[in-house]
Design a protein around this ligand. Sequence first.
Ligand SMILES: [Zn+2]
Length: 120
Amino acid sequence: MRKRAGCCSLCDVEVFEVGDRKPNGDPKQILAPLENARRLTLVLWSGHTANLTLCGECQLTPDRMSEIHATMVEALHRGTQHRTIPLEPAAAETERRMLYMATQDIPMGVLEDRLWTEVR
Ligand SMILES: [Zn+2]
């Protein structure tokens, strides 16, 4: 699934207030988190952590870990695709390696699951 900025990583409903929008309606400017938005911190296979935001309804059960991983990797790839000037060869190699590592770096579990209102 294509993750939209400011939206739940599982069901894609908006979990942040939105300021400006793109012509297609996607959020362009992300403001404060909504009341029911939750910030999850995941532990990845490498030992690194990753944060994502879910709405109040979604539960990140073990069977949805691969789905959330695919969404995270897809978002990383998309973030590298809008360059007008190509990267230097060394930077391109670093980026290629980073994307490869991300595909291997599967989420192992949830370290923390808090309401955004408690995070601030
Ligand atoms: Zn959701």
